[in-house]
Design a protein around this ligand. Structure first.
Ligand SMILES: O=P(O)(O)OC[C@H](O)CO
Length: 853
């Protein structure tokens, strides 16, 4: 223990020294960022006022100098206009009334917990006396409103005053507790034994193999690992960050940073219950780290410790994030050298558990990294598994899981086009971060939304999942009333998922539980994500108006789509005059992505533009995935040689749609794990009937038969096997509408899914005995060539993500094998046996007259 304390003291000294150095750099950068333009603006305003009081002309000296010295080129005119508008906005900010963000007339209830798995949580944390407010508050205005009637100083320095007043939370040091943790100590002991084991001699053990020397070295390594992980959260840093964020976010987000007031109220009440809150955001941007913390802190809630990837541990910014609560986890755990590092695993586990036990809130990004496509991604199991284990072992009584959603009018991190085109990710460095921040601070990114779903009790989720024993529910039976209970069809997704935290002794049930909870959280967050104007405009441009249209047509489509999305229960991150919102959206997307000439608007015809646009559109694509699957299935049925063009049978459409759901299994989370895929598809069918794409045939014979079947089913012995029961839906048919509106709707939904089918189809044609990288490159090349030769019109199909997802599906269905050779992921196609999934992809990617328009 002495040696640990000695190492601890040395490391602590080094840490203090490096923190001091980083603080000095940090102060210098602060000065650089915030003095020049801000102070200049302030002087400008003061100058204008003094000038006004003295009866001088109100035009500023700076402006006069500029006018005299420079010719009136467009660029300077634009700069001057910007300066004027910024100055006047400064006036408005100081003098004008606080204008709340526009509120749409109705909003859906904010991110409620699942009625099936968490009915008690759904009832909880609400204020039953007051109707839930649908207001969105701009967190940047909280200080202004608080100090609106304060003294002169607090009114003019309201940000500073507010940050100064923020609550001081106590964040005790977790490290000493982790050092004493039994599992951590055991991992150290085991590593020492391994190092002393003569059968496993390494270079180091040859040099010094006495027990004391090995112990000292292993303990030093363990302390380094632990300190690398640990956060240095401090309320002083948090207050500084809160102040900085006011300045930075106001500059970056012209549309403000909104959050739903009702969600914050719910969180406050849940927080009062004394259980740890575990925030689970979907990850879009590096900015997410700060925004969630900032929103919580400004609204009076305890900011959480945040699991950050160790790629973010870069000079200065790493320290900055640590001060805001980041603790660092290693990336690429599976298959890497980290996989076997028992000291790291035990240190991280003990760190998380002790943090929860110390009543800290926690935050982790359940998808791991940021989404590259704009769609929600499959959950990662690691940290969730640790939390579940903490509950199952009794370390914590319960935890409240809070799905968090973030959305931006314009993504702060630029775009992911390079990576989608197969280029490697550019790693984060000090300079790249500095460049990124500089670029971000000088760009208007429009509005930002940060929203918190209803807290869900982990205990309730676990109890529900155990009670219904639905983990092993059959997934291949048709949906009937008797098995339409709390059943899950996640089996096929599970067990392929691994985490370094799953030891050999972790049961399949535990893995499935983690996977189910993870998928539920991602699904919940995804469906409650507010859609921004750029999401909707991008979707319209890639589907309904893919061929281009006039501004008026785009406006009509945008308004209609917005209305429909609201009716379908989605929250919109915009409101007000549609014309203004559309213009704003097009400005945010930029002319590099949307071309506007002579009143005609269309998506730019390039792969890069289509990929960037599809990133924004994909939030809406995920919303329409189920009806798009049904319509694509319908088209594939209609394309068959002897197809009936006027009618389609319910069962045939269901079966074909479910086939396609299987193929798209890695693209979308179509339903919560407590619902069967069939239910989602039936709902999608119902929505197509409602929008008159399909009409249920009102045939009395069929209806009679349906009623009879239902009566018959009710009277059957309960023990009767589901398969023996007559399927009440077997005679249901739909008439396929040929009205122009119905055809337009079908075309839109077909275009929603078609780029993915093109990518899958090309991938299937490029399979060969080669490394995964070579296969991906070959597929990208083929897609690019098809696009440039006009054989395929979807630039967004040229996507590494889609190709990789296709390879995953092919591996699961046995079309290819994947193995690792010399640390390289290899692919080996298997001999085709009968009809396989690739034939199915071709069947769905069929040419249809609808798409030729
Ligand atoms: O999206 P990635 O993979 O660059 O990861 C970003 C995360 O913020 C790392 O914690």
């Amino acid at each position: 223990m002495d040696s640990i304390n000695h190492v601890w003291t040395v490391v602590e000294n080094v840490r203090v020294a490096s923190s001091a150095a980083e603080l000095a750099i940090f102060t210098a950068i602060l000065y650089w960022f915030f003095t020049s333009s801000r102070v200049a603006d302030m002087l400008e305003v003061v100058g204008e006022r003094v000038g006004g009081w003295c009866g001088r002309d109100t035009s500023s000296l700076r402006h006069a100098m500029r006018t005299r010295k420079r010719p009136h080129t467009d660029v300077y005119a634009k700069l001057d206009a910007e300066m004027t508008s910024r100055t006047s906005s400064l006036y408005r900010i100081k003098n004008g009334p606080v204008v709340p963000p526009p509120q749409p007339a109705t909003r859906p209830s904010a991110g409620l917990a699942c009625a099936r798995c968490a009915p008690l949580s759904r009832e909880s944390w609400q204020d039953t006396k007051v109707a839930e407010s649908s207001a969105v508050i701009n967190i940047l205005d909280i200080g202004r409103q608080t100090f609106a009637n304060g003294g002169v100083v607090s009114r003019y320095l309201c940000d500073l005053a507010q940050c100064f007043q923020l609550t001081n939370f106590d964040y005790g040091d977790i490290v000493p507790k982790v050092v004493k943790d039994e599992r951590f100590q055991n991992a150290i002991e085991e590593t020492i034994k391994e190092e002393l084991n003569p059968g496993k001699k390494k270079e180091e053990t040859k040099k010094e193999s006495s027990y004391a020397a090995v112990r000292k070295r292993v303990e030093a390594k363990a302390m380094k690992v632990l300190l690398d992980i640990s956060s240095a959260m401090s309320t002083n840093v948090l207050k500084l960050v809160a102040w900085l964020c006011h300045k930075a976010v106001r500059r970056v987000a012209g549309g403000g940073c909104g959050t739903r007031a009702a969600c914050v109220e719910r969180l406050r009440r849940a927080n009062a219950a004394g259980l740890p809150l575990v925030f689970v955001p979907l990850h879009r941007s590096h900015f997410d780290y700060i925004l969630v913390t900032f929103t919580l802190y400004l609204t009076g809630l305890r900011p959480p410790l945040v699991a950050a990837g160790d790629n973010m541990r870069i000079p200065f910014f790493g320290w900055f994030l640590r001060g805001c609560g980041a603790f660092y986890i290693r990336r690429r755990v599976d298959g890497s050298e980290y996989h076997e590092d028992s000291i790291y695993k035990s240190a991280l586990r003990a760190y998380i558990l002790n943090s929860l036990a110390a009543n800290n809130n926690l935050e982790f990004f359940i998808e791991g990294g940021r989404t590259r496509t704009g769609k929600p991604q499959a959950p990662k199991a690691g940290i969730l598994s640790v939390i579940l284990e903490a509950y199952l072992e009794g370390t914590i009584d319960d935890a409240l899981l809070v799905p968090v959603t973030l959305n931006y009018d314009k993504l702060v991190d630029g775009n992911f086009v390079r990576e989608q085109l197969g280029m490697p990710k550019q790693m984060e460095t000090f300079w790249s971060a500095l460049r990124g921040i500089w670029r971000t601070l000088n760009t208007n990114h429009g509005g930002i939304r940060v929203d918190f779903n209803q807290p869900i009790s982990l205990k309730e989720l676990v109890t529900s999942f155990q009670k219904y024993n639905h983990l092993k529910a059959a997934t291949d039976r048709p949906l009937t009333p008797t098995n339409n209970n709390l059943t899950m069809d996640i089996d096929r997704h599970i067990l392929n998922s691994h985490s370094s935290f799953y030891g050999a002794n972790v049961s399949a049930d535990h893995k499935m539980m983690v996977e189910a909870i993870g998928r539920h959280l991602v699904y919940d967050a995804a469906v409650s994500t507010p859609l921004m104007c750029t999401n909707v405009v991008a979707y319209v441009l890639l589907t309904e108006q893919r061929a281009g249209c006039t501004l008026k047509q785009l406006l009509d489509s945008f308004e209609a789509r917005s209305r429909t999305l609201v009716m379908e229960g989605r929250d919109l991150g915009y409101a007000g005059d549609s014309r203004t919102v559309l213009k704003h959206a097009m400005d945010m997307l930029g002319r590099g992505v949307v071309s506007r000439d002579e009143n005609r608007v269309r998506a730019q015809c390039s792969v890069a533009a289509a990929l960037e646009l599809s990133y924004y559109a994909n939030s809406v694509v995920a919303h329409y995935a189920a009806p798009a699957i049904v319509v694509t299935a319908l088209e594939s049925i209609l394309a068959e040689p002897d197809a009936d063009a006027a009618y389609v049978r319910h069962n045939e459409l269901m079966t074909r749609s479910l086939e396609l759901c299987g193929i798209m299994g890695h693209e979308f989370i179509l339903n919560a794990p407590c619902h069967r895929t069939e239910e989602g598809i039936q709902d999608a069918l119902a929505s197509l009937v409602q929008s008159d794409v399909l009409c249920t045939i009102q045939n009395d014979n069929v209806l009679d038969e349906q009623r009879w079947s239902q009566r018959f089913a009710k009277t059957l012995d309960e023990d009767m096997d589901d398969e023996e029961r007559p399927d009440p839906t077997r005679n249901i048919k739909y008439r396929i509408s040929n009205k122009p509106e119905a055809l337009t709707e079908r075309r839109r939904l077909l275009r929603t899914l078609r780029p993915l089918l093109e990518a899958y189809s090309a991938t299937g044609k490029c399979l060969k005995n080669a490394s995964q990288k070579e296969v991906v490159t070959a597929a990208l090349d083929k897609l690019t060539e098809d696009f440039t030769q006009n054989r395929m019109i979807y630039g967004e199909a040229v996507s590494t993500d889609a190709i990789r997802n296709c390879l995953r599906v092919l591996r699961q269905s046995g079309v290819i094998d994947m193995y690792t050779e010399n640390k390289i992921r290899m692919i080996r196609p298997n001999e085709p046996t009968g009809q396989n999934i690739l034939d199915q992809v071709q069947k769905f990617n069929v040419q249809t007259p609808l798409l030729e328009k």
